[in-house]
Design a protein. Structure first.
Length: 674
């Protein structure tokens, strides 16, 4: 733009009063050395800059416009390509033969700076959008991480006994070498490599990746296990029942792929506007050329076609879609930057547009509405306990401190919070009971901590409180006598209630879709203020729930964090992935929360709606500018006032429209209030 100023000043003596007045005002501000640059070498230098930008920085814009033209369609790329090529063609003609323009009374205007600025604005917006998308997703790496690469194959006789399972030799083989029917051993702490049936053993299994349930479940001989789940505390002998594409993980991957491919991409607001705008401008330019050609070559006039061509080019230049091209990218770019500052990583403008239209928000429970970590909600001594509270806490913390089980860690954390337990006593002969709990000897007594399997009979004095009907009890037993019970729950996020309240103010209905049992899900939902609860859902059922809502005419957003949520996130009109979520959830979601504050959900909806509103305002202003400018450029004022819009002033008006669009978009830097 700076290098173009001397050329614009040279064109101020063409008889255009307004242009001359502007040039005289700007002349004192121009550096003397800049004004001494020769015009023709300057034109060629600017031409080289434009060619370099078009060929090496933005070729995809022109190839995309060409492909659209081959399919008899138009989009934003068509608009940008048309405007920049028209400006470049006119400028190149003025550069090659400025004298020919002068001989016909036409100023040899060049618009190379407009070409470069338009492309630079658009490429900057696309780069920022691409960067946000790349930071939010790392391809489909989640499944590869969830499945071990090898398995321990056992060598067994034809009809093995329990003793054979324990003494059988094992061979570590790649998972691809395992076939259906093979028997493998899974050690404590290992991921289960495939779907199978337990032949021997008992253990606690972390199935949160499949069901969303944070608390481990007990699996024993005769139960089925799924690949990708985690064996926590026992040794299992498993017969493979499904491998490869038949496994649970593979089925979930297919669900995700189908959901992503079935979601139709939305056409951008600017593309829809350009579908009307581009043919209109082309038609007006053609009509302008024909009308001025007839006027200049009839009734004893023989002006040729140079002026008609120049005016038609002026129509295309003033319609050069700087404002139209910036209308959406500018708003999206500002919005994405502001969202990132607030803790939201949004994958692009389409995600914003879809999010702005939602009327339903589906949420997973574990890890989304709740923290996803077991916590002791209550502790009670038995009616006939022989130990005081401090001693029970001391014993429990000492024994559970030897385990990495999530429930054990919750007990230890609870005891430490009490700040009144004495030094931990000495533990002897600790033993893990897979899927049940722990036992040991302490101060000459037999101590056990675990689930109800440790009780000889139901302990009425340890009945579960009604308010904690959804909690998991952990019993403390000394010498076969119940002493106390811990009640473990998953804690709701502190921001959940306020977030759901704001969501409802936005006329969005929250619903809970969870793999947890209903008795666990309903109290959590009630605390958050959610009335619609759908529990015990598998990944396919979550996906079906989203599809059913969409089939009923709802625009649905989904918030989740686990593998079991990935397909539903991909199917939803807009998907929120929690910061603690798996790579797969991040891949499937459109918006990644950088913080665990659920109030970011209504913030994102408000920002999306405001961004969409600003997009429409920008497009409206760009259209108004063209509605006013195009007829003037076409010469409608000439018959009565003998006024033709100077190309230089047309270029300035185009720049002003772009500035107005940018200024309006910058209002998005202020985050919308609740």
């Amino acid at each position: 733009m700076t290098l173009s100023m001397p050329l614009m000043m040279l064109q101020s003596d063409t008889g255009d009063t307004l242009l001359s007045a502007i040039a005289s005002l700007m002349a004192p501000l121009m550096p003397h050395l800049l004004m001494q640059l020769p015009a023709q070498p300057l034109r060629w230098f600017l031409c080289a800059l434009s060619v370099g930008t078009m060929l090496f920085a933005a070729p995809e814009i022109y190839t995309a416009a060409w492909r659209a033209a081959c399919h008899r369609a138009t989009n934003m790329n068509t608009l940008v390509a048309l405007g920049t090529l028209a400006a470049f063609a006119s400028s190149l003609a003025a550069t090659i033969a400025p004298g020919n323009f002068a001989s016909h009374g036409i100023t040899a205007d060049v618009y190379y700076e407009a070409v470069i600025l338009i492309l630079a604005f658009l490429l900057t917006g696309r780069w920022l959008e691409s960067r946000a998308r790349n930071r939010a997703t790392q391809a489909l790496r989640g499944f590869a991480k969830l499945q071990p690469s090898d398995a321990r194959l056992l060598t067994l006789p034809h009809k093995p006994s329990v003793a054979d399972y324990a003494s059988a030799s094992e061979t570590l083989l790649p998972l691809d070498a395992i076939e259906v029917g093979d028997v493998i051993r899974v050690l404590a702490g290992d991921q289960i490599p495939l779907d199978g049936l337990i032949l021997h053993g008992c253990s606690s299994i972390d199935e949160s990746m499949l069901t969303g349930e944070p608390l481990p479940v007990t699996r024993a001989t005769g139960d089925r296990v799924s690949g990708g789940t985690i064996n926590l505390d026992g040794v299992l002998v498993v017969r493979a029942t499904a491998i490869g594409t038949a496994s649970t993980l593979a089925q979930m991957q297919r669900l995700l792929d189908q959901a992503q491919s079935s979601r139709a991409p939305m056409q951008g607001l600017a593309d829809r506007a350009s579908a009307i705008f581009v043919p209109t401008v082309l038609g007006l330019a053609a009509i302008t050329f024909i009308a001025w050609s007839i006027a200049g070559n009839t009734m004893h006039h023989h002006e040729g076609y140079s002026r008609a061509f120049a005016i038609a080019i002026a129509v295309l230049i003033i319609a050069c879609p700087c404002a139209m091209g910036l209308a959406v990218p500018a708003a999206v770019t500002v919005s994405l930057g502001r969202a990132a500052q607030a803790g939201l990583l949004i994958k692009g403008g389409e995600a914003l547009e879809r999010l702005s239209a939602i009327d339903t928000l589906a949420l997973d429970k574990t890890g989304t509405l709740t923290l996803g970590r077991p916590k002791i909600a209550a502790f009670a001594l038995a009616q006939h306990s022989t130990l005081d509270e401090r001693t029970v806490l001391s014993y429990a913390a000492a024994l559970e401190g030897l385990s990495t089980h999530p429930l054990a860690q919750a007990v230890v954390a609870y005891a430490e919070q009490r700040n009144d337990r004495p030094v931990a006593p000495h533990i002897e002969n600790p033993r893990v009971l897979p899927g049940i709990g722990l036992t040991a000897e302490i101060a000459g007594h037999a101590l056990a901590i675990g689930n109800a399997s440790l009780l000889d009979r139901p302990a009425s004095e340890l009945a579960q409180p009604t308010s904690l009907a959804y909690a998991t009890p952990l019993y403390v037993i000394l010498d076969n006598k119940p002493q106390a019970v811990f009640f473990a729950t998953d804690t709701i996020r502190p921001s959940a209630h306020e977030a759901m309240k704001q969501i409802q103010v936005l006329q969005v209905r929250p619903i809970l879709l969870t793999g947890d049992i209903e008795s666990s899900a309903v109290p959590i939902a009630a605390t958050a203020g959610i009335e619609d609860v759908r529990a015990s859902l598998l990944p396919q059922q979550k996906l079906d729930a989203i599809r059913n809502l969409q089939a009923a005419g709802h625009r649905v957003a989904m918030a989740g964090d686990g593998l079991n949520d990935a397909a539903a996130l991909a199917q939803a009109d807009a998907g929120f992935a929690m910061p603690s979520g798996t790579d797969l959830a991040r891949e499937a979601g459109d918006i990644l929360l950088l913080h665990s504050d659920l109030r970011l959900l209504p913030t994102a909806v408000r920002l999306a709606r405001r961004t969409t509103r600003v997009m429409r305002q920008n497009l409206a202003w760009a259209l108004i500018y063209n509605i006013i400018g195009l007829p003037i450029a076409a010469g409608v004022l000439y018959p009565r006032f003998h006024v033709l819009l100077s190309p230089v002033l047309a270029s300035a008006a185009m720049a002003l429209s772009s500035v107005s669009v940018l200024a309006n978009s910058l209002r998005l830097r202020r985050l919308p209030e609740a």
